[in-house]
Design a protein around this ligand. Structure first.
Ligand code: NAD
Length: 409
């Protein structure tokens, strides 16, 4: 949360807003903490802590992912909710920001237990979610199946099917074509524009990717498809390296089969920490927050860092990278493709009409390109980093909406 607050403070300072506005933007509009009891398969009962934080509604209903991870706490969820507000404003989708989570390790539970815990959490937060209130989506440890359970629980409670209550649903339940890989597609679009801005050609460039989940796997795949040599990839269990470039398609099959990238044929095992500091042109952290810190920022050899994950670079590391002229593309820009296509999914649910995948991908690329140019132009005009520029632009848009609506009462 300290990093999120510091970024906001720097934007407020740049924009010259008064203290009252700063305090309002620094505070969540609504926070709900719930206990989530679970009947385990062996008959025993466990209780987990769950959260839903809605940071801002000025531009529309709240929107944000649901995370299942042992590290989840109110502080983390608050920071992620605030970043969602900026992200939605930056790519100009009509939402405020939210985030939710349960402090649970999904790898330690059966599918049946995960379903029960998801349904119970949904019923606990039910009064504050809904297609016009707050719309969850997948994040770390959750997926389209989780979204289907939420939609079903919500629909059962209200008495009719409500596809627009979540995004990132299975396509057969009204999910959008292209949503599953939208975040990664956006990460790849942005990476290629960042490379072009530094005069790099994809077919001559190398990259490493931390995290091989929903974001990292397809980001690696799209980069490889564009000609970039992805030479190292990691996940929570370890890291692998091949200087010739990894075959991402086969690696994805290996990871799906074994549960990890580790042990992929023909690759070398390396220290997972080194994935961020290898001699590559581009590093894509796409796992968890706080991984580039003052301890390793000096060792980053890449000239571009594209934040697939939320909050992977600490404030101290950000300053070090700036001094070293490493281009950092901030999370609220780099990984915004997910929320853009979530917005498309919500529009399709409300219209009850499905767009083609090509339509979705073209419109996604158009939005990402527009946001990229907005940030680059603003940063250039005001001598800011891309993170400062992206945050300032987003804060300005949210504040403008707030001022137009006025403070009630
Ligand atoms: P996921 O659960 O699908 O994958 C996470 C991956 O990170 C897994 O491969 C896991 O093994 C790996 N991992 C976990 N801890 C690690 C560690 N310490 N070192 C290396 N690897 C580690 O989650 P995801 O949806 O891919 O989300 C990844 C990040 O992207 C998160 O920060 C999330 O908030 C952000 N994000 C996700 C989306 C989305 O659409 N899924 C959208 C925007 C941002």
């Amino acid at each position: 949360m300290a990093d999120a607050h510091a970024q906001l403070a720097s934007a407020i300072d740049h924009l010259g807003y008064e203290t009252g506005m700063h305090r309002m933007l620094a505070t969540s509009r609504r926070e709900l903490m719930v206990s989530v009891p679970l009947r385990r398969d062996d008959g025993s009962t466990a209780v987990y802590s769950g959260y839903r934080v809605q940071h801002n509604f000025s531009r529309g209903p709240a929107k944000g992912g649901l995370r299942f991870a042992p590290s989840v706490d109110i502080d983390e969820v608050r920071a992620l909710a605030m970043w969602m507000t900026w992200k939605c404003a930056l790519v100009d989708v009509p939402y405020g920001g939210a985030k939710g989570g349960i402090a649970i390790d999904p790898r330690e539970h059966s599918l049946a237990e995960l379903e029960r815990v998801t349904r119970r959490y949904t019923s606990e937060v039910l009064p504050i979610i809904g297609p016009t209130k707050d719309i969850p989506a997948p994040d770390i440890g959750t997926d389209e199946r989780t979204m289907a359970w939420i939609m079903d629980t919500y629909s059962a409670a209200v008495g009719y099917t409500v596809p627009g209550v979540v995004t990132g649903k299975p396509v057969s339940l009204g999910g959008s074509l292209g949503r599953a890989s939208a975040t990664s597609r956006g990460v790849a679009n942005i990476t290629l524009m960042a490379m072009a801005s530094r005069g790099m050609r994809p077919e001559r460039a190398t990259a490493s990717v931390q995290g091989f989940g929903k974001v990292g796997r397809d980001a690696a795949r799209f980069l490889a498809a564009a000609g970039v040599r992805v030479i190292a990839v990691s996940d929570v269990d370890g890291a692998i390296y091949d200087h010739r470039g990894l075959d991402i398609g086969r690696l994805a099959e290996h990871a799906a089969r074994t549960g990890s990238v580790v042990g992929f044929e023909g690759t070398e095992s390396i220290d997972p920490r080194s994935v961020l500091t290898l001699d590559v042109d581009v590093v894509v952290p796409a796992a968890v927050e706080g991984v580039i810190t003052e301890h390793n920022a000096h060792q980053v050899q890449a000239s571009i860092v594209v934040e697939g994950a939320n909050g992977p670079t600490t404030k101290a590391a950000d300053s070090i990278l700036r001094e070293r002229d490493v281009l950092v593309v901030p999370d609220i820009l780099a990984n915004a493709g997910g929320v853009v296509v979530s917005y498309f999914e919500w529009v399709q649910a409300n219209q009850a009409y499905q767009w083609s995948e090509r339509d979705v991908n073209d419109r996604l690329e158009e939005r990402m390109t527009r946001a990229w140019h907005d940030v680059v132009d603003y940063a250039g005009a005001h001598d800011l980093t891309y993170r400062q520029a992206a945050t300032a632009l987003a804060v300005r848009r949210v504040t403008e909406a707030h001022k137009l609506r006025g403070l009630y009462p």
